[in-house]
Structure formats: C-alpha cells, structure tokens
Design a protein around this ligand. Structure first.
Ligand code: ARG
Length: 608
C-alpha cells in the first residue's frame, strides 16, 4: 500500500514537473517515507521544492505551495487525506482508508505480500562455498546465512535464481594432503574421524615445510614442495588412485557439510565445486580461448598469464560500463599490471583458472547475472577475475561480488579448551546450549521433548537473525550469549513477539474482514502498527538495492517493538469497541511476521 502510494505520488509529480517544463530536475530523492510518530510530517513527503529552487529562482515555500495546489487539482489520491506544506516540504497525510486497505492487502495476499510476480532476471547465485577436508569456520556460517537470506530476498523481488555451492575441492593443497595421506597410511583414523584427520594431514605438511625452513634445509624444502606439486599435477592429470582417494575426501566433507546445512535449513540447487570445472574440461576450454585470442601471455618461467591493468578494473562488474584493454602487445612494454595466472609453470590450474572456467560455464547456461557471496578479503581478486573474463569476451553478463566483513567471537577464534580453531559447528552447539537454558528458564513447566523442540527453534532464530543483523560490509562479533537472549536486539526477541501475536489469533474464533469492521475506532498505537506493516514491501526493495538483508532484520525488530507496544497499551480480545478490527490488525501482523520469517529462515514458534 505504501509503495503504491509512493509510486502514485512520484507519477503525479513527474507529470506536474513536465507541465512546468522542468522535468530535468526530477530528482535524486523525490519522496521520503516518515515515521508515523512524526506527526507534523506526512507519512509521505517530498523535498522536491528545495531541489527546484535554484532552477526556478523562487523560494522553496512558494514552489511547494504551487506544487501542492497542482497535486490537489489532479484529483484525490486513494489513501491520502490531506496535502499540506510546511516550509518547502509537501506532506501527504494518510487517512483511515489507508489503514484498512493495508490490512486487506496483507490478508488477501498472504505469503505473496511484498512479492514481485514478474521474473526480472535469471541469475546464478553462489554462496557458502566452504573448502573440503576442513571443518567450516564461522566466516562460512555468516556467508551461508547471509547468502541464503539474500537469495530469498532476491527471489521475492522477482529473480530466478540457481543456488550454487561452489565448494573449494581442488588445488595444490590436495596434493599436499594426498602426499601426507600416503605417507601415514592410517585408513582407520580416516574412517573414524575423516575431517579432523584430513585437517591434521594438511597441518602436518605445513609443519614439515616450517621445520625444513627453520633448519635452512633449502634443498629438502624444495624437494618437499616439488613432491606436493607433483601429487597435485598427478591428481589433475586424472591418476586413478589419487582420484579415488580424493573422492573419499570429498564425499566425507560433503556429508559433514550436509549435516550443517540441514541444521541451518539451507538448500542448494547445485554443488558444482571447483573440481567440476576441471573434470568437465572447462578449464582447458578457457585456457584455449585465452591462448588463441592472444589475451594470455607466456612468462619467462613458462607460466601463462592474463595481464590486468589498473584501469581495467573501473566498473568491471557492469557490462555496460566495463572497458578492458585487450591488445596483448601492450604487455610487452607496459609492466604496470598484475598477472592473472591461468597456467602455472608445471601446467596445473590455479584458483583463478577454475573461476574463469566457472564463468565460461555459467555464461553458456545463459544467466543475466552472476552473484558471488564471498568475504571482502577477496575483493581485489574478484575485480581482477572479472577483468580477465571481460578480456576473454564475456562482456554481456553482470558480475556482482556481494562481499561481507569478518565475523569473530568475543573470546577470539581459538578455543583454549580444545587448543584449536573454533568451527562453525562449535558455535552452533554453543547457541543450542544457550537456547536450551533460555527456554528452560522461561518456562520450567515444559516437558523435555517440547523444551528441545522450542530450543532448536530459538537456536535457529538466533543464528539466522544474528548473521544478517549487521550491515554486511561491517565486521561483526557473534556473542552467542547476548544473541540468544529474549531481550535486546535479538532473533528470540522477534520470535517472542510473533508467538504472542499467533496466540492471540488462536484464542479468537474468527478473523473479520478489515473492510467490514472499518468503522471501529483505532488509536495511535493501532495506526502505528498498521503503518509498520505497510512498510514491508519497501524494506524488501531496499534489501535488494543494497544486496543486503540487514534492513529486513532491523525491520523485524521494529515490528516486534511496535507490536509489543500495542499489546501493552491496548486490549485486543476483550476490547470494548475495537475487538474485531484489532483482530484483523493482529492477523495481518502475524501474516507479515510469517512472510518475513519465511524469507529470513527464522522459525515461527507456537510456544516459547
Ligand atoms: N572456497 C573459498 C573459501 O572458502 C570461497 C570460494 C569463493 N568463490 C569463488 N568463485 N572463488 O574461501
């Protein structure tokens, strides 16, 4: 309802400005949406008169007065009661019909509220993407939740997404692990604790390197590194025994990841890890393309690289504006560039080769846009990757690196007890434990299975909320204790409000049509809540603009607060004159909670 109003006001304004012959100014920030509690402002307001003042050479207040008159002349706008000016502002005040219409729309549209029906574009949406042979770390937890929720937001906004888990399952480190695995031959250990064991082997190789380095045994060090590289080269060349072992590593890791994703309620359409692009020959194809087009150049030691210049990176994500240099000759005399390596001197692929191959594959699948949810530390790498891809002729697709800041724990990322890095699973266990105590404390009378069930829901609500609450580019600290609390800016606080609403509805027998009970009186708390409900589609829009679900988390907190206020200030089921209309309001509130929970993956609980 609010975005309908906004769009109508912008439409009228554009028409008026056109009549006035000054549409050129039609303008950076045409309308603002205000808080319902800012009474002297309208819910919708426009500062456009200020922006026109210098062009028209008149004071903003005069322009505003004329503009407001012109708006009124165009006839009434549904939902708008009065149009007033204050200084240079034009304020649009909403009426009772706006409230009623808002409730009607929500109850009619149900889960479709705020959802855009037309498909606007098709995109490959890559997120999570942990590395095999290791446990997931908390960065992957943030990525997984942020990615999943952003994916849901984009789908609600009309994107047709394929969700891909681009797992890190290839690279020279598997040469190292395979080498150590063969040295140790401890298959029992692998079978009982595959991931811990593989991590140990990986660390063992690192330790061997460090030892040789420390003792200055340069030749032995070179030898070890050659061996590691050679193992990877053999794996990449397809040597059967190594492949079979690698398969086992991969499978064990995927199983473990699946368990984590199940707990988080996350799903993918595809799991095309890095290996896929090697084994399906996409890496070979993309190298051929680079060599044949003359884009790749040979270095002295026999590697093959794509030179990437600083000015190649300008607006490289945008197919309309990207502009890269494609003449390879330039590389001869111009050394001021980074080398994007696509073939190492031993002939093997790099992380970058595999990413270029991934782009080749995805472009062939015909997507309009490729999303990469990957941490900010890979920002530069991705800019270079996109520039390299543009040089190879992948010029029509849009690239979007959705980056995010670091996540840490209050106590740091090392577990003093276990003497190792804290994993995503450790954090999830901690949250589950906290959630259990919160639920037990809140309602000691619950039986054990019910407690567990609710605790699981609270834990998921905590993890989901906490990982999207901060603006994505900010660093964040996951304080599991604080995040699980029922008070404060937390997931459980929001869940609690929703549960309260749900229980009011369950107690009522029937929810009336908002239009039928529209003459029952609403006070300011009712109106404030209705306006908050009307905002929801605009919030989804903002999340899309920023590629960030944080505004949705903030919205849910606000909604919970406004609803709690209503609950404390107004009677619902035993209200004198407003019972039915308030029930419709509560029903609409629960509907918006449900819809937003669907998007964020926060469970709606019947009891808490
Ligand atoms: N596996 C990588 C990591 O855990 C992230 C992969 C990012 N995606 C990509 N297309 N390179 O850091």
């Amino acid at each position: 309802m609010l975005q309908v109003l906004r769009d109508r006001i912008i439409e009228d304004m554009t028409a008026i400005l056109e009549e006035w012959g000054c549409e050129a100014v039609a303008v950076a920030n045409p309308v603002e949406i205000n808080e319902y509690t800012d009474e002297e402002k309208g819910l919708v307001a426009t500062p456009v008169a200020f922006q026109l003042a210098s062009e028209l050479g008149r004071p903003p207040a005069d322009i505003a007065a004329d503009l407001a008159a012109a708006f009124r002349d165009r006839g009434p706008i549904g939902g708008i009661d009065t149009i007033e000016t204050v200084g240079g502002y034009i304020n649009f005040h909403v009426d009772e019909a706006f409230t009623t219409r808002t409730l009607e729309v929500i109850l009619e549209e149900d889960a479709e509220y705020g959802v855009v029906e037309d498909t606007v574009e098709s995109a490959l949406f890559e997120f999570s993407s942990p590395n095999i042979a290791k446990p997931m770390h908390i960065g992957h937890l943030r990525n997984t939740v942020l990615g999943d929720v952003l994916g849901n937001v984009l789908e609600a906004r009309g994107y047709d997404l394929v969700r891909d888990n681009h797992i890190g399952d290839w690279g020279v480190q598997f040469g190292h692990i395979l080498y150590e695995f063969e040295q140790a031959e401890d298959t029992d250990r692998f079978e009982s604790e595959p991931i811990d064991y593989l991590l140990e082997l990986y660390q063992r190789y690192g330790r061997h390197e460090a030892e040789l380095e420390e003792k200055d045994r340069t030749d032995d060090l070179e030898q070890l590194r050659d061996t590691g590289r050679e193992y990877f080269a053999r794996l990449e060349a397809g040597e059967e025994e190594l492949r079979a072992l690698w398969e086992q590593f991969s499978e064990a890791s995927r199983d473990r990841f699946e368990t984590t994703y199940d707990g988080l309620g996350v799903d993918f359409d595809t799991w095309h890890g890095e290996s896929f692009y090697v084994t399906e020959s996409w890496t070979s194809r993309v190298r051929e393309r680079a060599t044949e087009s003359g884009i790749a150049v040979e270095t002295d030691d026999g590697a093959s690289v794509i030179p990437v210049f600083d000015d190649d990176l300008t607006a490289v994500e945008d197919p309309e504006r990207a502009d890269v240099r494609t003449d390879a000759d330039v590389a001869e005399d111009d050394t001021d560039h980074e080398a994007f390596v696509i073939t190492k001197r031993d002939g093997t692929t790099t992380y970058g080769t595999r990413d270029l191959a991934t782009i080749a594959y995805r472009v062939e699948q015909g997507y309009d846009e490729l999303f990469y949810v990957v941490g900010s530390e890979q920002r530069e790498y991705f800019q270079q990757l996109f520039a390299a891809a543009r040089k190879l002729g992948y010029t029509d697709v849009r690239f979007t690196h959705v980056d995010y800041g670091l996540i840490d724990l209050p106590e740091g990322s090392m577990s003093t007890r276990a003497g190792r890095l804290i994993t995503a699973e450790d954090v999830l266990d901690q949250v589950r434990e906290n959630a259990r105590s919160v639920v037990e404390e809140n309602d000691p009378a619950l039986d054990a299975p019910t407690t567990s069930e609710i605790a699981d829901g609270v834990a998921l609500g905590t993890v989901r909320f906490e990982n999207i609450a901060k603006r994505r580019t900010k660093n964040t600290t996951f304080d599991t204790e604080r995040a699980t609390s029922l008070e404060g800016d937390t997931g459980p606080y929001v869940q609690y409000a929703a549960t309260r609403g749900l229980n009011i509805l369950l107690e009522a027998d029937e929810v009336p049509e908002p239009g039928v009970v529209a003459d029952q009186p609403f006070n300011e708390f009712d109106h404030q809540l209705a306006v908050q409900l009307a905002r929801y589609p605009l919030v989804l829009e903002r999340c899309e603009e920023r590629y960030d679900p944080a505004p949705l988390a903030q919205y849910l907190l606000d909604l919970a607060r406004v609803f709690n206020k209503l609950y404390h200030e107004n009677r619902v089921l035993d209200a004198d004159q407003s019972r039915e209309r308030r029930l419709a309001l509560v029903a609409a509130t629960v509907e918006v909670f449900e819809t937003a929970f669907e998007v964020t993956g926060i469970p709606m609980l019947r009891r808490m």
